[in-house]
Design a protein around this ligand. Structure first.
Ligand SMILES: Nc1nc2c(ncn2[C@@H]2O[C@H](COP(=O)(O)OP(=O)(O)OP(=O)(O)O)[C@@H](O)[C@H]2O)c(=O)[nH]1
Ligand SMILES: [Zn+2]
Length: 362
């Protein structure tokens, strides 16, 4: 019936549940498990979880590397949680904030064999909820009934995993004239995805022809740089530089994608900054938290451009991944326009690391 939530709606609900510290139930037709995010886990719920059975901690292989835990499932690590350990022991495995003060948390016993897919899906959901990428899991004999009896969100692994892997369609919802300092002829368009995630924006300068390559900037949200003028990165000057160039040429499109912190969210970015204060570089900090270098989905940018009627761009970027992603998703990159502004004594190392480890063009 049409009033029953679809899997995409259940996934959106699961994201909120996990953020609130509520468990969800995952099933695959034969097996079922309860999953809860470590970041929002309360001591009381940990006690309730333990009454249901053996507790397993799901971590990413990246986080396991820091913890020196064995990884048997490629990208995911399942660690046995002994009955004797406390809530703070579990928390410290997921959150690297205190790693340097208490480096030895093990020995950790990693699970081998069996199905790692529920752990993988739970981690993907925590990432998508912009939480620390880790979850606790408990196998349930009849999770479908348990979910119904306790009012918990029930997620089918086979249906949800591909949905989380693909980019959600985006739809234009509102647009209006927006004169800005860089160009009086500005227009702001809002695009909303079907999956309940953040909206993304396009600032159209002038009336660019749809028949020719359009000067384009694919900008990722950076609250610290764009709004506060942080000197730790080059985002603010890049944003203003791109708009200024579009204003001077009289045409362009700036896509403002709400993928703060290269897709890990502002809270996790601040955790990464705190690790950077301890001496780790931008890539190492992401890894210690359990994330990849870059968790962004650049397919969103191509979808918005196509929705607006563009098929070819002159892309303002130093990031080769943005170029290859555009081309592989059907937007031709007719020209790469370098965007080198905003270097200062505070971000020299950050920019050098991006060039050395992420292939940014200098
Ligand atoms: N995780 C993390 N994200 C950061 C850090 N510094 C900046 N960011 C984020 O990195 C993103 C910067 O994105 P972009 O301006 O698109 O930069 P880029 O990938 O270097 O590519 P170009 O600027 O096009 O060359 C923003 O989402 C920032 O919030 C950091 O130290 N850690
Ligand atoms: Zn920034």
């Amino acid at each position: 019936m049409s009033l029953t939530p679809t899997m995409i709606e259940l996934v959106a609900r699961a994201r909120v549940d996990l953020r609130m510290g509520l468990p969800i139930v995952i099933e695959n037709g034969s097996d079922t498990a309860l999953a809860i995010a470590v970041e929002s886990l309360s001591e009381e719920r940990l006690g309730d979880l333990r009454e249901l059975g053996d507790v397993t901690l799901a971590l990413t292989a990246r986080r396991a590397e820091t913890l020196k835990a064995r990884v048997y499932d490629t990208d995911v690590c399942r660690v046995h949680v002994p009955d004797s350990v406390s809530w703070s022991w579990i928390h410290a495995l997921a959150d690297p904030a205190d790693d340097l003060n208490s480096p030895m948390k093990g020995p950790l016993s990693s699970l081998r064999g069996g199905n790692a897919q529920f752990a993988r899906l739970a981690i993907t959901l925590t990432k998508s909820a912009r939480l620390l990428p880790s979850a606790l899991l408990v196998d349930l004999p009849d999770g479908v009934r348990f979910a119904a009896e306790n009012g918990l969100t029930l997620i089918n692994d086979g249906l949800a995993a591909p949905l989380l892997d693909q980019s959600s369609p985006l739809h234009p919802v509102a647009a209006a004239r927006l004169p800005i300092e860089a160009a009086e002829a500005g227009r702001l368009h809002i695009f909303r995805p079907d999956d309940g995630n953040e909206e993304h924006y396009a600032i159209e300068i002038g009336r660019p022809s749809r028949e020719e390559p359009v000067l384009t900037r694919l900008h990722s949200a950076c609250f610290t740089g764009d709004v506060l003028g942080s000197l730790k990165c080059d985002c603010g000057p890049q944003l203003q530089g791109a708009l200024t160039q579009m204003g001077q040429e009289g045409a362009g499109v700036l896509l403002y994608l709400n993928q703060e912190g290269r897709g890990i969210g502002l809270t996790n970015k601040m955790r990464a900054y705190s690790l950077q204060d301890q001496g780790f570089d931008t890539v190492e900090a992401n890894h210690r938290l359990g994330f990849e270098d870059d968790e962004r989905d650049f397919r969103l940018g191509s979808s918005i451009l196509k929705e607006m009627g563009f098929s070819s761009v002159r892309l303002l970027t130093n990031n080769p991944r943005k170029i290859s992603m555009m081309e592989s998703t059907g937007i031709q990159v007719a020209e790469r326009v370098p965007l080198k502004v905003g270097e200062n004594p505070f971000n020299t190392q950050y920019l050098a690391t991006k060039a050395r480890k992420s292939g940014h063009m200098l």
